[in-house]
Structures are given as C-alpha cells and as structure tokens.
Design a protein around this ligand. Sequence first.
Ligand SMILES: *[C@@H]1O[C@H](CO)[C@@H](O)[C@H](O)[C@H]1NC(C)=O
Ligand SMILES: *[C@@H]1O[C@H](CO)[C@@H](O)[C@H](O)[C@H]1NC(C)=O
Ligand SMILES: *[C@@H]1O[C@H](CO)[C@@H](O)[C@H](O)[C@H]1NC(C)=O
Length: 448
Amino acid sequence: MLKAILAIGVAAISLSGVDGQGTPDRMTEKGESSIKDPNLECQPYLYEPVASALASFPGIWSGATIVDGDTNALAKWAAIQPNVPDIPPKGTLQGNFDGLNYGSDDPDCWWTNTKCVKPKASGIPEDIWIMPEPRTLGYGFDDGPNCSHNAFYDYLASQNQKATMFFIGSNVMDWPLETQRAVADGHEVCIHGWSHQYMTAFQNEDAFAELYYSAYFFDGPFPIIKRPKPYGIIGMQAIKLGAGVTPTCWRPPFGDVDDRIRAIANGLGLRTMLWQYDSQDWQVGVTPDITSESVDHEYQLMIDDAKKGMFNTAGTIMLFHELDDYTMSEAMKWYPKLKESFDHILPVGVGYNVTQPYVEDSITQPNFIQYTSGTGSTLLRNSSNTSPGSTVTTGSTTPGGITEVRLDDTVKKTGDAARLGLGWNGGASVVAALLLGLAFIFFGLSAH
Ligand SMILES: *[C@@H]1O[C@H](CO)[C@@H](O)[C@H](O)[C@H]1NC(C)=O
Ligand SMILES: *[C@@H]1O[C@H](CO)[C@@H](O)[C@H](O)[C@H]1NC(C)=O
Ligand SMILES: *[C@@H]1O[C@H](CO)[C@@H](O)[C@H](O)[C@H]1NC(C)=O
C-alpha cells in the first residue's frame, strides 16, 4: 500500500511537474514546461547551475568578449586564430554599414551584401540555405528561447513536428529550463550568437566569444558538475550549461556573415545555416512598412512558389522567429497551410541526415528517411552502450528500437544527472518524501 502511494505521488510529480498544491516545480524542465499561464512562465527563476556560473560568462545581453583568465577559451581561440582570413570588421554592431568601401566583387562572401553562400576562403563548408530533398521545408525559429513558449511548443508536440531552434546565448542563460524543453522535445538546437548583434562588426576575438560562450563544449576544469569519462568535466558554455548539449550549427543574427566569421564558426565546429525566404515576422512593430498583413503576404508568396512547383527539385528554408507571442501565433496560424504545401517539414539538420546534432553522442536525431517514414524519433542513447540502436528502454519504443524519452526522466532513471548536466536537483524527492509523510498521517488516522 505504502509503495503504491509513493509510486502515485512520484508519478504525479514526474508526469505533471506540479506539486501537491498545484504549484509548478520551477526547478525542472518538466515543471516549467507544464505552466500554462504566460505571465508565470516569464517570471524569472533561479537555476543554480547558471546562477553559480555567471562569473565565468560574458555579461548577459552585452557583446561577448573572452572572460578574464579563461585559459580554455584562450587556448581554443589560439588554435582557431591561424585559420581566420585577414578581413577587417565591417560597420557597427547595430548593422550600420554606411560609408563602407566594399568591393562589388564581394571578395569575402558577405551574405549581407550579395547573399553569397559559397565561401571564397578555402577550407570552409558552404552554408546551408536550401533543403536538398524536393518539396521539403527546413523549419527553424530564431531568437529563442522565449520565456512563454509553452503554448507554441505544446502545439508543435501535438503536431508531432520538430524544428530547428536557433537560441541566443543570453536568452539561454535567462531561461535554461526553456532551453532544456527544446532538447527534450526533440527539436534541433543551434546557436544564434550571445548578444544578437551584427557578427561581421565584431573584432575576431569577440566574434569567437559570441559563439564560444553560447555553445562550445570543452574538456577542461570546471567546478559545477563533474561528468564521468569520456566527457571529462562539463563545459561552461550556455547551451551546454542549460541543456547538457553542445550544438554543431548556428545561424548568424540578421544573416550577417562573411568568410572571417564563417572561419571562426567552423573552428568551433558550427555549420552556418541561412535561409532562402524571409517571413519578416520579427519586424512587425519595428520596421514601419512591415505589418502583420505584409508578413502574411511573405508566407503566402512561398506557398505560391510551392504551388508553382519551384521546390520540385530542391526544397527551401524560410526564416521564422520564436521571438514573441505574435511570431509564435503566426507560426501556428500558418502551420496547417505549410503542411498542405510541402511533402515534408523538417528540422534543417534532418534534411541533411545529421543524426548526431550535438558534440555529445548521447542524443541522436532521425535521418531524412527515418523522419519522413515515421520510423525514427529523437532519442537519448544509453550512455553505457554507444553502439547504434542501443537506447534507453523506457517510453514508447518504435519498431526500429528507437525510444523517445524526456531527458529528465532518463536522468532520474539512470541517476546519471551529471552526464547530462540537467537540473535534476533532488527537489522532486523532497516533495515525494513530504507526500509520503502525509500518506502516513492520512492512513494512520483512517486505520484507527
Ligand atoms: C517572449 O514573448 C513575450 C510575449 O510576446 C514577451 O513579452 C517577452 O519579452 C519574450 N521573452 C523573450 C525572452 O524573448
Ligand atoms: C540522406 O540519406 C538518404 C538515404 O540514404 C539519401 O537518399 C539522401 O541523398 C541523403 N541526403 C543528403 C543531403 O545527404
Ligand atoms: C544500458 O546498456 C547496458 C548494457 O547493454 C545495460 O546493462 C543497462 O541496463 C542499460 N541501461 C538502461 C537504462 O537501459
């Protein structure tokens, strides 16, 4: 009997993330993702791993620079620096390029100037800006995590739709549990700079810091959470800290990239992802001529192009944002029409068969065939057995032996919180103990 009560108590906590009083547990991803009230979602919370690491990061929402005494960052930068072409920074961080005397031959493949996606410097891969498979849409959202994204993420989950989320390092620091939700929901998380400014305006080292502190994993000493081999010790970078993974892809804010910035990103193992169509959704209320009607028009233009057969050879990528309630509502409003207009809507990496989206091999995502045939889902690989297909055997197993899991379920089940660096801090067990105590009292009273 007691076991059953305890099991019910624990199950209630882990299913809903809500304690006995109906108050969401704001220390776990599951609790945070169960909140329905957008105002509560956006009330700041203190997430200990981030709070205790603030001094190791650049200021939140300030242009990044290498933190004093960060020998790991300096060593990484020293390794990348020789491969960075000698191109001077351009314009201002706010994107004022007036008076810049830039060659019309676009000598350093500056996307902002000519939409150039094939680097002119050697050793850098081409940008990703379309989808290789026909009638396929690469579905991605910039600027998250937004604190009140639960309604949007619930909607995507209800449609069994995954997307690529390009997260800003500063937002990740503010909203680490929202970052975890994206990973736990099986979205592909990429980075989008630390402070969301024009990348080609940064000095080399600062451009490096904008990317490094947002994402990059390193194997150096760090006091927060010890990880077992082979990972050494957890890195100090934002997405790593917030969600336990290190992205391998990025999208330049405003698309502002040239070969200097590409080389820095490439040195950090980040593939550059751009777009072909732009919804302009973020500019409503910012740019005078851009209104919700004009954004609808941009969506419609791409849908019309799909109808005209323009994606019959290769698919496309359109730019959308997880910026605020408007951009997310707009995405939900248009999703059914996008579904009608394309054969497949996918995270960008899935269209390129990127099955290991993070540096760590603990999470894999389906390839194109698996995703589109419904035989694969995002999975967390069993850490003690890294052969393909060996997965944690909880949750609903699909025919391919692939299992979909919530990250913190697995952490709880394997007791391997350190490996993921997630926020499983024992809070639920405290609540469970309290429930157990109440159960004792209740049954103690009713039995007599
Ligand atoms: C998220 O969206 C809400 C509602 O539009 C907005 O008030 C808030 O500033 C956004 N937060 C973030 C972190 O983007
Ligand atoms: C992805 O894999 C499928 C199946 O092997 C293949 O047909 C397709 O060309 C691959 N796509 C890319 C971009 O490599
Ligand atoms: C992981 O794999 C090992 C070896 O195959 C197995 O003993 C262990 O029970 C698995 N762990 C989980 C959580 O499935």
